[in-house]
Design a protein around this ligand. Structure first.
Ligand SMILES: [Zn+2]
Length: 357
């Protein structure tokens, strides 16, 4: 009898907690390509352990990144897992290992009349952003991926990649024509983008290929503009925005700690924009994670005898490729409590799709 009473009280309490949770209207999904836990730890160390934006997370979780055919993933397979909730083979985008098309988070959102967007520091045809709109078994088919970008229902896409449109359509002029015919307004600079009125779907190709962190606060600025556009275009239905700090990966491949810190800072500024937005819009969930880590970064004492007083630290790299350890997930805002524990990367993708369904 007493047990039943305790059970009923526990049930009522958990229902009460569920009801008290903020519903998730908007999702801002930030992916640091190649950002392992050591990259985050390096930024905490470089900040003299003053709290960084990562330290402000309301909840954290871990994800396993292996792909369907490899214990060490590439950005296409992990991008597909995060975007669609399905593990696939390396180099595959938005399709299962047998080639079946899987619906991405963006496509689910579009079917719910939500606005959708992607913002990156690399070209928009690159694996991570492409996982959110393309369906093809080779990430290197840039011409087809460019076509699929134009066929997508994204409301806003900001990044580089004009080069691949020129290659696909023959010239800048023909590329612009194809973009216009697809219903996107083509914008070539951040200045022009900021002057836009948000009324039309926008494809901002602000570089031929990559837009690096040496382009100042580009990522934070583009994130802020995309949020403004998506809020207006999504209205009561809300929106999903994916933001990628794309070049953290490249600096890991190059084993360049200083350059990776620069890319991490640019990504962290974008996270701050997203977290600020969520604090003003309490129905917004912010998810920050990576697709895998790159370079096998580790932080070691410069002196093997750590019983001595401070001997300094060294950033050491163990590979020019990717590595396979678990990746952290940082959560802020509405629904942060829904994502917990140790999960597959595909479980995180599936969970996000479920949250907007
Ligand atoms: Zn890589």
């Amino acid at each position: 009898m007493r047990r039943t009473a305790i059970f009923v009280v526990a049930m009522l309490l958990s229902i009460g907690t569920l009801m008290a949770q903020e519903p998730v209207k908007n999702i801002i999904f930030l992916i640091g390509d190649g950002m392992g836990l050591a990259s985050v730890s390096m930024m905490q160390l470089e900040n003299n352990y003053e709290p960084t934006i990562f330290d402000e997370a309301k909840n954290v979780a871990l994800q396993k990144t292996y792909s369907a055919d490899n214990r060490v993933t590439d950005s296409a397979a992990s991008g597909t897992a995060l975007a669609s909730g399905v593990k696939t083979n390396n180099t595959y985008l938005g399709v299962t290992p047998d080639g079946s098309v899987v619906e991405s988070l963006m496509e689910v959102a579009q079917s719910k009349n939500m606005a959708t967007g992607v913002v990156v520091t690399t070209y928009l045809q690159h694996a991570t952003p492409a996982a959110f709109y393309a369906h093809i078994n080779s990430r290197h088919e840039y011409a087809t991926i460019s076509e699929q970008l134009l066929q997508s229902k994204l409301d806003v896409a900001i990044g580089g990649g004009l080069e691949f449109f020129k290659e696909r359509y023959g010239s800048t002029c023909k590329a612009k024509k194809a973009i216009a015919e697809s219903g996107f307004e083509y914008v070539s600079t951040m200045k022009k983008l900021n002057k836009g009125d948000n009324a039309t779907r926008t494809l901002a190709l602000v570089a031929d290929k990559e837009v690096g962190a040496d382009s100042g606060d580009y990522l934070a600025e583009a994130t802020s503009k995309a949020l403004e556009m998506l809020e207006e275009r999504g209205g009561e239905h809300g929106f999903v925005l994916m933001v990628e700090g794309s070049l953290i990966d490249g600096m890991g491949h190059g084993n360049d700690a200083k350059a990776q810190q620069r890319e991490m800072l640019s990504f962290m500024q974008a996270i701050e924009v997203a977290v600020d937005y969520a604090s003003e819009h309490p129905d917004t969930l912010v998810v920050v994670t990576a697709d895998h880590s790159t370079g096998g970064l580790t932080i070691v004492s410069a002196e093997a005898d750590f019983t001595l007083s401070e001997q300094g630290v060294e950033y050491r790299w163990t590979t020019k490729g990717h590595s396979g350890e678990m990746i952290p997930i940082y959560l802020y805002g509405a629904g942060a409590e829904h994502i917990n524990g140790i999960m597959e990367n595909s479980e995180l993708g599936a969970k996000l799709k479920e949250l907007i369904k």
